[in-house]
Ligand binder design. Structure first.
Ligand SMILES: *[C@@H]1O[C@H](CO)[C@@H](O)[C@H](O)[C@H]1NC(C)=O
Length: 691
């Protein structure tokens, strides 16, 4: 009973201050890569010659010519495999169905930037092709129903079509069914075993998204025992596919926007969508003749992404204007457009060469890298490895990413007989690392290969998986993250949740975070018409996944869920463990504060006031946001220390004898009376003054 009142008062105070802090998002925390990596020796990798596994750039740019023409070779997206067409009853019918289907895809392609109208027209054609028995059209219909891409959203309809497609062995349908089983959408409950089987068959059938889902499951141990080597074999396949399709840029800029970061503009990364106003401003500057605005706009349109559609026509326009005024970089990128060939700049080695020369004359490193490529691949000039090496080195030294990448490749391959360039794996790793730091997706890919085989570095399965995962997540399909984000912004919260749920299954941490966030806020209630408790049970799964991928806020959330018993039973030990991880790995100030509080109260961990103080101090050191709550908590601690001291004080012992064991209540009363008297006195005093 002793000190009971003080404790009650303090507890109330503490709860208030912790709650206030809990809702605040602590900024400025960066996930740190985890070390302590243990190479596995379960499967022995032979360091085979990687040549076939490395992307063959010579071949690649030839292949790309066919992709450049948008009207031929249409597929709805990299994530789909071509299905067998149904047995059409006549040649005539097959032709008609194909015609409709391809027209629909063209509509969709063009309609991308033009809103709903094109999309609706496209789906009308797809419906017709579907009615004629076109299986790819049926598939698109099924996916549209599943993801709510059409006005009518019907999971029931989607399931029916997917089962029909699954009967003829469609890997894409298997992927969708795997997703539905994994999440319990369209079925009475989730079934991880069935999901795994569907994903596996789809992955075997060559669907890259299913390969990602499998890779992620083995990487994180979702529904299967963790197995790095198995994960590696899946991710490697997807990464190869992505690396082969890279064109015109250092890879797709992926919109990994976390809804949890929305209120924190400082966390906006370079991959967030470009503000339309800003784009407008660039255009204004470009029209006024600002060279760097023209060049920047050209780059934006050349690579696309960040919410802007790729547009070769506009890219060429802006580059040409800047080049006329003598911009070296613009010359180089015009050269690159002719080197690779686009719908507006047909592949032309000679023209490319001319542009690169002009650019290099201006001392531009990308022009030099371009010349390097011409000599390296013998385009419009005869092959000359020595010259190529010199140009690449020059460009790389100026920090130009293409130079670093190609220099790395030359060092990797080595051309000792022809030009005395010796193989140098360590040198290659260094160049690839530099290029990776500059964000080049092929550099990630090559590094992945080297880590997977232990070439030039110690073999590390985990590093290889991390690298390949990064490459895989930059495939075209990552656009779905942007779609989900737009759906969210347009108040289609359920459609957003569905897309994030899907991307989360594939291993995208930002998607896992966002699903958890939407569920946490209770914003997907028609997708999951369940009790709050069930929704929170779903949410905690996704927080856990994101936390396992080292997202600090998710780790803290996990602690909160265990602390308050949301979606799980209250478990202070678990809560403390999660806060500890967030504090140790991510230096998360909020987690430190919470740990301090738990040590102070002895919740789930030993009660230790000195440790509590240490954690409070640490929190204040790590975040300015934490200073106010920490000051409050510390002053409270000081009071507790004081009380403890008083307890052992002979004077108090005497007081206790005289006043009785409830001296603390008396003390509080006195403490309350003094400020009250003081206040009254002042108040009265002022009234006197007024009078
Ligand atoms: C450009 O050079 C490459 C490599 O030598 C060659 O394969 C290609 O056909 C050339 N392109 C044209 C349009 O001649």
């Amino acid at each position: 009973m002793r000190n009971a009142v003080i404790w009650l008062a303090l507890l109330a105070w503490g709860t208030v201050s912790v709650d206030a802090q809990r809702d605040k998002h602590v900024v400025g925390i960066n996930a740190e890569p985890e070390d302590g990596e243990q190479p596995r020796n379960s499967e022995h990798y032979v360091a085979q010659d990687l040549e076939d596994d490395m992307v063959d750039w010579d071949k690649q740019s030839v292949d790309q010519q066919s992709h450049a023409d948008v009207t031929s070779n249409l597929t709805p997206g990299d994530e789909f495999t071509q299905d067998k067409h149904a047995q059409f009853t006549s040649e005539e019918l097959a032709h008609q169905a194909n015609e409709l289907y391809e027209k629909a895809l063209r509509f969709m392609e063009r309609g991308k930037g033009h809103g709903e109208e094109g999309k609706r027209a496209a789906y009308r054609l797809i419906d017709e092709a579907h009615k004629l028995g076109h299986n790819d059209a049926k598939k698109l219909t099924a996916f549209a129903h599943l993801f709510g891409d059409r006005a009518r959203w019907s999971i029931e309809e989607a399931r029916k079509l997917l089962f029909e497609l699954e009967e003829i062995g469609s890997p894409d349908a298997q992927l969708a069914l795997g997703f539905m089983h994994a999440t319990g959408i369209g079925f009475s409950q989730s079934n991880q075993a069935k999901a795994l089987v569907y994903y596996m068959f789809s992955a075997l059938g060559g669907n890259p998204l299913a390969q990602m889902a499998m890779g992620y499951r083995y990487h994180s141990g979702v529904g299967v025992p963790q197995n790095c080597e198995t994960s590696l074999s899946y991710y490697q396949q997807v990464a190869k596919k992505v690396a082969e399709s890279v064109k015109f840029s250092t890879g797709l800029a992926v919109q990994r926007i976390r809804l949890t970061d929305e209120n924190e503009p400082t966390l906006q990364s370079t991959s967030s969508p470009i503000n339309p106003d800003l784009l407008e401003y660039y255009r204004y500057l470009a029209d006024k003749g600002d060279l760097s605005a023209q060049f920047g706009l050209g780059q934006i349109y050349l690579s696309g992404g960040r919410g802007v559609e790729q547009n070769f026509e506009l890219a060429r326009k802006y580059f040409s204007t800047a080049a006329e005024a003598g911009h070296g970089g613009a010359f180089a990128l015009l050269g690159k457009m002719y080197l690779d060939g686009t719908s507006v700049t047909p592949q032309d080695n000679h023209t490319a060469m001319q542009f690169f020369i002009k650019s290099a004359e201006k001392g531009n490193p990308s022009g030099q890298a371009g010349l390097g490529i011409m000599y390296y691949q013998g385009r419009s000039v005869s092959k000359d490895y020595e010259k190529a090496y010199r140009y690449f080195t020059h460009a790389a030294e100026q920090g130009w990413v293409d130079g670093q990448l190609y220099l790395g490749e030359m060092l990797y391959k080595g051309f000792p007989t022809k030009s005395g360039i010796r193989r140098d794996f360590k040198g290659a790793v260094k160049q690839f690392q530099l290029a990776a730091q500059n964000g080049h997706v092929l550099a990630y890919y090559n590094l992945g290969q080297m880590h997977a085989t232990g070439t030039g570095v110690t073999r590390s399965c985990n590093n290889a998986v991390e690298l390949f995962k990064n490459v895989a997540e930059r495939g075209r399909w990552s656009e779905k993250l942007m779609e989900a984000y737009n759906a969210y912004k347009n108040d289609h919260r359920d459609a957003a949740a569905m897309k994030y749920l899907f991307m989360g299954e594939l291993g995208y941490e930002a998607a896992q975070t966002n699903v958890a966030y939407i569920l946490d806020k209770g914003e997907a209630d028609s997708l999951f018409p369940e009790s709050r408790e069930n929704i929170l049970e779903r949410a905690i799964v996704h927080w856990q996944r994101a936390a396992n991928q080292e997202y600090p806020l998710a780790r803290i959330k996990l602690g909160d869920y265990h602390y308050y018993g949301w979606g799980t039973k209250t478990d202070y030990k678990q809560a403390a463990q999660n806060y500890k991880l967030a504090a140790d790995r991510h230096a998360a100030a909020q987690a430190m504060f919470n740990l301090g509080f738990m040590h102070e109260q002895g919740l789930g961990i030993t009660k230790d006031l000195h440790l509590a103080k240490r954690f409070y101090d640490m929190a204040a050191e790590h975040s300015t946001d934490a200073i106010v709550p920490v000051t409050l908590a510390l002053s409270k601690l000081a009071l507790i220390f004081l009380v403890e001291q008083l307890n052992t004080n002979p004077v108090i012992a005497y007081a206790e004898k005289m006043i009785g064991p409830y001296w603390d209540i008396v003390a509080i009363a006195v403490l309350l009376i003094i400020p009250t008297l003081y206040f009254m006195q002042r108040h009265l005093g002022r009234r006197n003054e007024i009078e």
